[in-house]
Design a protein around this ligand. Structure first.
Ligand code: GUN
Ligand code: ZN
Length: 434
């Protein structure tokens, strides 16, 4: 039986990229808004005064005071096996992988362990208002089964994949070109398109795959409709030099992926901190996406992502936390750091652009903007209720604010999981702050 529910609060969502249409036309805001949801989808949004009288008799209206409803946040790059090693001290990328990451990922051959971590991970995403994420598993197929089982129980829109790596990693963490292909195929058959789940072919990064494995990954990427390809690209200077040594016949890092058929719509490359113009151009013309991971890039000392340059070439850009190199599950905190990354380059990041990156921009990067990323009728009812009184300081600061822009910016700068009052996925409450 269909069930209609309505949610009354301030409503804010993006309609387009501020870069393309300007700030004013990029979003829609209802000070006293109403979001009407039926069977897990948004059916209407607008002013409460216009919509309340149109609701069928007896419709439950849930009212939130001092709150702002936005679309659920979208995290375009994160590693669930790294949940327990977040905030590990002192290394840059390659040493960080050897010292912390590989030993931590070893334990994910055990499905029970993987399931326990997946539960912690998903709870943390939802506590932070993130309703969709593009997620790395470990090399073990059990890790992806465990993750999808938990995500499916909650009916979340999630994308994940088994890591492919057949060289330059400890023996206990490598597959082969052949087994990586077969295991991925098995997972695709089991999970891709089941409920709201999607599969991503996931070579870790060029240095940990042989050309044979990258060829197999490219083959797989083409074999199924709407599959994703998820990897890392140009994050760290030492890494880039290593790729040059391993693939001397290729023009550069991106060309390694390009040569193996791993570029195009639904290809998502994490980081892209040190891309040259030709690489940005190629990413743009092929409809590929880059995940901007500010907390991670700062934490590992990787560098400052040039958002304006990359977007200038027409590349789709989403926001990623990249936990465990990233230091927070909160996309509000990612935006706080993104603003500082821009400031360090003498650039600005408007709060409406920030909201776009965390919602509709992420959905566009993932080619899911027909389903998520805004509160438009027909979209999945994945939304967040943000609390204007989350902490004494946020409450005090917002009292001084005289515009929506100012309130939004202060909330992004000061907010984290404490600012998330409730999270809904497909119209169902999946987290409520105690
Ligand atoms: N490059 C290859 N593997 C990883 C990883 O796990 N995290 C990050 N940040 N970069 C990587
Ligand atoms: Zn990563």
């Amino acid at each position: 039986m269909s069930q209609i529910k309505a949610y009354r609060a301030a409503l804010l969502h993006c309609l387009a990229d501020p870069r393309e249409v300007g700030i004013e036309a990029s979003h829609e805001y209802f000070e006293d808004g109403l979001l009407v949801v039926e069977d897990g989808k948004v059916v209407r949004n607008g002013h409460a005064a216009d919509l309340l009288s149109t609701l069928p008799a007896g419709t439950e209206v849930i009212e939130y005071k001092d709150a702002l409803i936005t679309p659920g946040f979208i995290d375009t790059h994160i590693h669930y096996p790294q949940t327990g090693m977040i905030a590990s001290y002192g290394e840059q990328l390659l040493d960080w992988l050897d010292t912390y990451t590989f030993p931590t990922e070893r334990a994910f051959s055990d499905k029970t362990h993987a399931g326990e971590v997946a539960q912690v991970f998903l709870r943390e995403l939802l506590r932070n208002g993130t309703t969709t994420a593009l997620v790395f598993g470990s090399v073990h197929k059990e890790s992806v089964d465990a993750f999808f089982e938990q995500a499916h129980k909650l009916d979340l829109r999630m994308i994940a994949g088994k890591v492919l790596m057949d060289r330059n990693a400890p023996d206990y963490l490598t597959d082969t070109a052949e087994s990586g292909y077969t295991d991925s195929k098995e997972l695709i058959e089991r999970w891709h398109g089941k409920g709201r789940l999607h599969y991503a072919v996931t070579p870790r990064f060029a240095p940990t795959s042989t050309p044979e494995q990258l060829t197999a990954a490219g083959k797989l990427f083409k074999e199924y409709p709407d599959l994703y390809m998820h990897t890392h690209l140009s994050e760290n200077r030492q890494e880039i030099e290593w790729v040059r040594e391993l693939f001397p016949e290729r023009k550069g890092y991106l060309d390694v992926y390009d040569h193996h058929g791993l570029i195009g719509a639904r290809s998502v490359f994490a980081h892209g901190v040190h891309l040259c113009d030709d690489e940005c151009k190629r990413l743009g013309e092929t409809g590929s996406a880059v995940a901007f991971c500010p907390t991670s890039n700062l934490f590992l000392g990787s560098g400052l992502f040039d958002l304006e340059k990359v977007e200038g070439f027409g590349v789709r850009v989403g926001l990623g936390t990249d936990v465990g190199a990233g230091t927070s599950f909160s996309q509000l905190q990612s935006l706080n750091e993104a603003y500082k990354v821009m400031q360090l380059q003498g650039k600005k990041l408007d709060p409406f652009k920030s909201l776009y990156l965390a919602t509709l921009g992420g959905a566009r990067a993932l080619y899911l903007d027909d389903r998520i990323g805004s509160l438009q009728p027909g979209k999945d009812a994945d939304f967040v209720v943000l609390d204007y009184k989350a902490t004494p300081l946020i409450e005090y600061r917002l009292k001084q604010a005289s515009s929506l822009e100012e309130r939004l910016f202060a909330l992004m700068t000061l907010g984290d999981d404490r600012a998330v009052k409730e999270t809904y996925a497909a119209g169902v409450s999946v987290h409520r702050k105690a």
